[in-house]
Design a protein around this ligand. Structure first.
Ligand SMILES: [Zn+2]
Length: 470
């Protein structure tokens, strides 16, 4: 029996002949393991394997995709239990939070969030009725009752989701104690970290100067010199690599790169280290550090991810009250052709270097990113990201990218999520959209079906493993 919330043919082409091809292709990939090379799940879940607390704190409180929409319609973050920076009181009753969410569920119509939630409700909790004010309490009871069962603990869900490997993302200042605990526990689940150095690379990052001091103390390197600071990165990268990391990740406001002379770089570092830092120096330092990170990647083999183009914390009042990652990050237009040139001039032709580019500016795909990745051996294109992690966003991505970069300069799917229960749904959406796209290439006689089937498996599984060296 089919759950009512999700249809077997969802996201497949409406045309019956093409739909049949898409179904066959999807049949090849629907049971493949999940490779999740980039995301933000909490490693403490897998290390401690404690039950998830309640439906609200699983689905609502930590998920900025959910509360940004509610906030936009006048629902306060306090009433959704989102913690404040100063610890002032917010709603603590999970049932009240869930009811508020349920009575506003219509706001998610047509959004990917709705598809992910319905997929989790149906497949994990056997819920058949649409969430609404009327079904809020019954849904809450069902989810809460299941969450108390041993097979709904993080490790059991990890296995049930058929996750072959998942990457989390940590700061260089993280001691990786949860990854150590996972490794020491004897559990077979593969959880690796990724090196996200923004807290010690971005002078505009909150607490940057304290972070630099901690970075020096942690590594024993003299971070008052640029050489010592770079050595500290090398030491932490090696530590992360020893804990399974195969990649680094850089969340800069722009894709700017620079290739300064050693003397200029040292002088810039001294200005940044001494502070206060001008906006121009902050940008130049981030730019220089992307090139330095590429040089280190060439040495240690870590794959580099660049996630530019998000104007973080756009809402200052919300930021002051609730801190970062609260749904107030807004995409900006992003240049790649000029911005990446200093880095590419040095490393673009390296076949052993892998730099995965993401964008929140879809206009860059056909104009800049696909031509760049379709030329430089060091470049690959990451999947449709964040606001475009949606059926339409994925579809547009394939249409804009494939003609110039092909499929093999792309790297499969990233779920990029902190919402654990959405992981199977997100991968399923990507697999369905790719199968729908491939089915149209078959139906219009641009691909043979055996090639499409091979591609479907590569897009769902093989390319992510290869690109991220997993
Ligand atoms: Zn991410």
């Amino acid at each position: 029996m089919r759950p009512m919330l999700i249809h077997d043919d969802r996201l497949f082409p409406a045309d019956p002949d093409t739909r049949r091809i898409a179904r066959r292709l999807y049949g090849e990939v629907c049971d493949l393991p999940i490779v999740s090379p980039h995301g933000h799940t909490d490693p403490a879940w897998y290390a401690q394997n404690e039950p998830f607390p309640d439906p609200a704190r699983l689905f609502v409180v930590p998920d900025h995709y959910v509360f940004r929409m509610l906030y936009s319609q006048g629902v306060s973050l306090e009433s959704l239990g989102v913690p404040t920076v100063d610890g002032s009181a917010v709603e603590t009753d999970p049932r009240a939070i869930w009811r508020r969410f349920a009575e506003n569920y219509h706001l998610f119509r047509g959004t990917p969030t709705r598809m992910w939630l319905d997929h989790a409700f149906a497949t994990l909790f056997d819920i058949e009725e649409r969430l609404s004010a009327a079904t809020a309490d019954a849904t809450y009871e069902r989810i809460a009752e299941r969450l108390a069962q041993p097979d709904y603990r993080p490790r059991a869900l990890f296995e049930r989701f058929n996750i072959e490997v998942i990457a989390t993302t940590e700061s260089p200042l993280d001691d990786l104690r949860h990854h150590e605990a996972i490794a020491a526990s004897g559990w077979s689940g593969r959880v690796v970290t990724a090196y996200r150095p923004d807290p010690v690379v971005d002078p505009d990052f909150h607490g940057f100067r304290d972070n630099l001091a901690a970075f020096g103390a942690l590594t024993g390197c003299d971070v008052s010199t640029f050489a010592g600071y770079l050595d500290a990165h090398r030491a932490r990268r090696a530590f992360f690599k020893a804990h399974g990391a195969t990649s680094t990740d850089h969340g800069h406001p722009t894709a700017a790169t620079a290739d300064l002379s050693p003397v200029e770089a040292e002088a810039l570092y001294h200005r940044v280290h001494a502070g206060p830092v001008s906006a121009a120096d902050a940008e130049l330092f981030r730019a220089q550090m992307l090139t330095e990170m590429a040089a280190m990647s060439l040495d240690d083999g870590l794959v580099m991810q660049i996630h530019p183009g998000s104007f973080r914390n756009h809402n200052p009042q919300l930021f002051a009250r609730f801190g970062r990652d609260k749904g107030a990050d807004i995409p900006t237009a992003t240049d790649y052709v000029h911005a990446l040139k200093p880095l590419l001039d040095r490393f673009g032709n390296e076949t052993s270097l892998s730099i995965i580019l993401f964008t929140l500016d879809e206009t860059a795909y056909s104009r800049e990113l696909a031509p760049l990745a379709g030329h430089y051996p060091a470049l690959r294109l990451g999947p449709a990201w964040w606001f475009y992690d949606s059926p339409e966003g994925m579809r547009r991505y394939r249409e804009l990218v494939t003609e110039t970069a092909g499929f093999y300069n792309t790297v499969g799917f990233n779920d990029d999520t902190r919402a654990f229960c959405s992981i199977p749904a997100r991968h399923d959406v990507a697999r369905r959209v790719d199968c729908a796209y491939l089915a149209e290439l078959v139906a219009t006689h641009r691909l043979d079906e055996d090639e499409a089937a091979e591609l479907a498996r590569d897009l769902a599984y093989g390319l992510a493993k290869k690109a991220y060296r997993l």
